[in-house]
Design a binder for this molecule. Structure first.
Ligand code: WT7
Length: 632
């Protein structure tokens, strides 16, 4: 399953198109199955119905941990680095990880968690987060990790949608120079959650917490009651492994569902080949486990390959912008995987913070989450990679589970700002607006995938029709990614960005409707419209047009802005705070009441030279007002 040169890639790609069943069956042979499959693939994109490795029985944690014990039990599986460099780091060998996960799993069982139950995990980047995720997988409970930056309201929505029985959290968390009370947020969220029976609290900062009898349990106390042996629960290939909420073009985030066997096979395969992982490599992915990148390339992908993975609690610029480089040297990191937004923010601090660090261990640099601009690509290449490391720009989505388009490090052609070619098994195509496939190179279109791959989403939790509508109805017979892309002269893909009402802020995805809903919760707001605009650091910034009962006086506008920002932080979380707010007396609407976002986007971008046809607007005069009042 390991591709070692370009011709092998080409052969594998060809084979994956011509004989997909055989291709994936051979890869699947590399895993530990309690029972092998009867059928490699069954599918149609109409319902959609996608099933991989039917009939197979397995547990993914046996593949992540147990099967490495005999040969590599004393190898380090997990290196954990705290937020604060004065605190000691921790390491866990595969043997130790096995014990921790089993113990955690036994605690969950003791608390009444069964196979199929949904467990919501709301935690900072501490080792227990990894244990909790794997413990769920061990006993067949479905984990739903919610990024700890989301507010109580967002957390409650996700708990309720999943019908979670248990919430796992910590007392509090440290992030950069801030400390935040996580257990309090959970308490607040649970006021509107009826399915949650218990809360399990892991101690991180020794904060006093409010413990309610029969509801709240402290992990350390529960862990004393159990041993560190927990046989893995046997799962069917298509049993749900986890769900992960992500935003779409409607107001309500959806729970993207991933199943067991296909996710396992694809994350392991993509990790190995994209990063060209070698036995002694140290992999450092800076994402949070609250996002798909963390699931697939901090935890599952590396562990499935028996790799050493680094988990970092902190942020790039705490206590100073050299933190990443220090960690790379400290742990002899070979693979460093981060987001363009982090690179751009470190770029702002110049290069002095990098000079003392030669980082000889580095071999491969990864980028993920949003398009990486050429300037950031070169800075990364020159200053971090010292012009001797491969860069892989990896394109994927929460829904795709694993990386679909990327160079294989050192093997396939790369070009700045281009993700590159699809991985074997990924039948990527560009479609025009009529749904016809665009042949040939040097072409632009809607990025779609024509054939199933093992780690694709199976459904959106509790609402299969929404899954069909969102991904499989725009172009019949294709999975629609929501991204526009260009295939260059050499067939390398460059991802241009979302073509739906989704914006990507620092690699985090939000629906414009979702932010509008939040803004509208502010009692001063009558109506709002949200668009993205190019932002130097964040990729895209959030621009909000707001209508109030009466046009606010200049003197009122500042506190109104703060109040609206506060509302969004409460409704969604601090990560969705608007960057710019413009008060308007009306929005450019068509006679049928549809907001012409094209105009709003242009104004937010500061480019009003060509607003296109505005003749269908109900009140063309509002456009003038909007242009004059633009916040630039
Ligand atoms: C959207 C998916 C999977 C990574 C974390 C974000 C954008 C992702 C790239 C890239 C250009 C990228 C796309 C995609 N995106 N990676 N390498 N180059 N754009 O996951 O929240 O599900 O967002 O992120 O627009 O559709 P996500």
């Amino acid at each position: 399953m390991h591709i070692t040169d370009y011709s092998e890639y080409q052969i594998a790609y060809q084979k994956s198109l011509e004989e997909p069943d055989l291709f994936w069956a051979e890869i699947a042979e590399h895993f530990h199955w309690r029972k092998k499959w009867n059928k490699v693939l069954e599918w149609n994109f109409e319902e959609p119905n996608v099933k991989w490795f039917q009939g197979a029985k397995l547990n993914i944690t046996e593949n992540c941990i147990d099967r490495h014990l005999e040969k590599n039990g004393n190898k380090i599986a997990l290196i954990w680095e705290p937020n604060d460099p004065s605190e000691a780091h921790k390491t866990y060998t595969f043997i130790e990880l096995h014990k921790e996960v089993c113990r955690f799993a036994n605690v969950l069982k003791n608390m009444g968690v069964d196979k199929g139950d949904r467990v919501c995990i709301y935690m900072p980047m501490i080792p227990e987060l990894a244990f909790a995720v794997l413990a769920c997988a061990r006993i067949g409970a479905v984990h739903s990790v919610v990024f700890a930056g989301f507010s109580a309201n967002s957390l409650a929505d996700r708990i309720n949608d999943a019908g979670a029985k248990l919430v796992i959290c910590s007392d509090a968390m440290s992030r950069g120079s801030k400390q935040l009370p996580l257990k309090n947020v959970v308490d607040e969220a649970l006021k509107t959650c009826s399915t949650v029976e218990k809360v399990l609290v892991v101690n991180r900062l020794n904060w006093p917490i409010h413990l309610r009898n029969g509801l709240d349990f402290v992990y350390d106390m529960e862990a004393e009651k159990v041993d560190e042996n927990c046989p893995a629960t046997e799962m069917d290939a298509e049993d749900m492994l986890f769900m992960l909420y992500t935003s779409g073009s409607t107001g309500k985030p959806k729970g993207v569902v991933h199943s067991t066997a296909g996710y396992m096979v694809y994350t392991a395969y993509s990790f190995l080949n994209v990063f060209q992982y070698d036995i002694d490599d140290i992999h450092f992915c800076t994402a949070d486990i609250g996002w798909i990148t963390g699931h697939s390339y901090i935890l599952y992908g590396p562990l499935l390959n028996g790799a050493t993975t680094v988990m970092f609690e902190g942020v790039p610029n705490h206590p100073d912008p050299s933190r990443f480089w220090q960690l790379i040297e400290k742990h002899s990191v070979t693979h460093f995987y981060t987001a363009p937004t982090a690179i751009r923010s470190l770029m702002q601090s110049g290069t002095d913070h990098l000079t003392p660090f030669a980082m000889h261990s580095l071999k491969v640099l990864g980028s993920v989450g949003e398009p990486i601009n050429e300037e950031a690509w070169h800075w990364y290449h020159v200053n971090v990679g010292k012009e001797r490391c491969q860069i892989v720009d990896t394109w994927f989505q929460t829904e795709t589970g694993g990386i679909l388009i990327s160079a294989l490090a050192g093997i396939s052609p790369t070009r700045p700002a281009h993700a590159g070619q699809p991985l074997p098994g990924i039948h990527a195509v560009l479609l025009d607006s009529k749904g016809n496939e665009i042949e040939g190179n040097d072409k632009e279109g809607y990025l779609c995938i024509k054939f199933p791959w093992p780690s694709m989403l199976r459904t959106t939790y509790g609402d299969h029709e929404r899954c069909r509508q969102t991904y499989f109805s725009a172009y019949k017979g294709y999975y629609f990614t929501g991204d526009g892309a260009r295939r260059d002269e050499n067939g390398l893909y460059r991802i241009i960005g979302r073509v739906d009402d989704v914006i990507n802020v620092s690699g985090h995805r939000f629906g414009t409707a979702e932010i509008e809903n939040a803004v509208n919760q502010n009692k001063n707001v009558v109506e709002s419209a949200v668009v993205g605009y190019p932002h130097e650091l964040k990729g895209q910034g959030i621009y909000v047009y707001v209508i109030c009962q009466n046009m606010p006086e200049a003197a009122e506008q500042n506190w109104l802005r703060s109040s609206i920002i506060q509302t969004v932080a409460e409704e969604i979380g601090a990560i969705a705070k608007p960057d710019k707010i413009q008060f308007v007396s009306g929005l450019p609407k068509t006679r049928s009441g549809k907001i012409m976002r094209r105009i709003l986007r242009k104004v937010a971008e500061g480019d009003v030279s060509n607003l296109g046809d505005t003749s269908t607007l109900l009140d063309p005069l509002v456009v003038e007002e909007i242009i004059i009042g633009a916040v630039l």
